[in-house]
Design a protein around this ligand. Structure first.
Ligand code: CMC
Length: 390
């Protein structure tokens, strides 16, 4: 009908208005509700930033206290849901476990999942912030064959998460404040990033009237891909491969430039940032600091720095304005903390959860929201006669 133009990858099309996150990709600026990411990462907690994303303002001490308290009260999973994990193989990727358990969570709250009911929406926002970290930690425990721990609601959000991941039954788990603060900071850096692929997925699924659990489970699946959140796992695999193969960094970069076997420099490049990703800058700054404080030295960090140095000097990367993105250095820090590589994207998902929830809610409240339904340009056969038909 000639009514449409193609925009592969939505490079030029805005699907919505949004008041949550501002990005200036040329200048490397990222703000949540107007506040610079650098300030939030330095001064706030994960839950404080979650509140900011969800409700538009930084919370007062009372508001934050109440929010934190409510989340602590909702951390327990139904015992039946715990059995869901045993039906999956221990080799299951923790991202698949997280997305399927999130979808399964929906089955426990179907009677309270009406997107048009503000009380349901509020309750499920709290439920997901409380329960998804527990599911994530159980996905980790399952993958290493250890027993699940019950949440310890005397602990802060991040400390509880650390204990669920690294605590062992019948042993006291000592929280390491360096690790706790470092993880909090990384989670804050991931909390939102406007209309990225997973957030757009959450909005598209949500636009059909699907509930929060279903929408966010879909977002987790979108994040899993190596061009999106899966890049943090792919970066570590790439670094380990270079180390183990004995290939020089220079030679690897040459292969990337020649697009040999479609090899890419994972953790580099971004659809929006054509300048250094401000999150990557913060992660890089803290990588040395955190590894030193944790008493870890990792040759993969040196390898990553070497790769960055060579790439930033190279015309291929300069011409295409390819810089390290948030995923380039995070994996080295997660590894130093003791997370297995397969958990890296799960950590990204827990970080991004408040953003997904905030966008789902913003979409529901926008009177202009319609079901998401892209056009296409049909290029197939014109009408033709079915064989044998008159
Ligand atoms: N290594 C080598 N070449 C690259 C890379 C890279 N990482 N990224 C882009 N290019 C090249 C690409 O081949 C193309 O070259 P040419 O013009 O010769 O065809 C040019 O740069 C433009 O790239 P594009 O693929 O058109 O850019 P895009 O905006 O469609 O893709 C991206 C953005 C992030 C998917 C891509 O840069 C990429 O695949 N990066 C590696 C994966 C990665 O690190 N993803 C994490 C993104 S940040 C966090 C998140 O969203 O999860």
């Amino acid at each position: 009908t000639g009514l449409t133009t193609i925009d592969y990858g939505f490079v030029n099309t805005s699907a919505t208005k949004s008041a949550i996150t501002y990005i200036d990709g040329d200048q490397g600026i990222l703000r949540y509700r107007g506040y610079p990411i650098e300030e939030l990462a330095k001064n706030s907690t994960y839950l404080e930033v979650a509140w900011l994303l969800l409700y538009g303002e930084l919370p007062t001490a009372d508001e934050l206290g109440e929010f934190d308290e409510k989340i602590r009260r909702h951390t327990l999973l139904h015992e039946d849901l715990k059995r869901f994990f045993s039906s999956l193989p221990h080799t299951a990727h923790p991202m698949s476990v997280l997305s399927s358990a999130t979808a399964a969570l929906s089955t426990y709250y179907e009677h309270q999942s009406d997107p048009a009911n503000p009380e349901h929406v509020e309750l499920n926002t709290i439920r997901m912030l409380a329960k998804l970290p527990v599911i994530a930690a159980y996905a980790h425990k399952k993958s290493i064959g250890q027993a699940f721990l019950y949440p310890d609601n005397s602990l802060s959000f991040v400390d509880n998460f650390l204990k669920l991941n690294f605590g062992v039954l019948s042993e006291v788990y000592e929280i390491d404040p360096v690790m706790s603060r470092a993880l909090e900071r990384l989670l804050i850096l991931h909390e939102d990033h406007e209309q990225n692929a997973s957030t757009s997925t959450v909005r598209l699924v949500g636009s059909t009237g699907a509930n929060q659990f279903s929408s966010i489970s879909a977002g987790i699946n979108a994040l899993y891909g190596p061009l999106h959140g899966g890049a943090n796992e792919a970066v570590l695999a790439m670094l380990a491969r270079i180390r183990d193969s004995g290939e020089s960094v220079q030679r690897f970069v040459e292969r990337v430039k020649n697009k040999e076997d479609g090899v890419k420099l994972m953790g580099f490049g971004h659809r929006v940032y054509k300048n250094y990703d401000p999150r990557a800058k913060l992660v890089k700054e803290s990588a040395d600091e955190v590894l030193e404080a944790l008493g870890v030295s990792d040759p993969l960090l040196d390898l990553a720095k070497q790769l960055e140095e060579i790439a930033l000097e190279d015309d291929y990367f300069k011409e295409r304005r390819l810089y390290p993105n948030v995923d380039f250095y995070t994996g080295v820090i997660y590894k130093a903390m003791g997370f297995p590589t397969r958990m890296f994207t799960v950590l990204f998902a827990i970080g991004r959860l408040p953003g997904w929830l905030a966008h789902w809610r913003e979409m529901q409240q926008d009177p202009q929201t319609k079901i998401g339904r892209p056009q296409q340009l049909y290029i197939g056969a014109p009408h033709r006669a079915y064989p044998g038909a008159e």
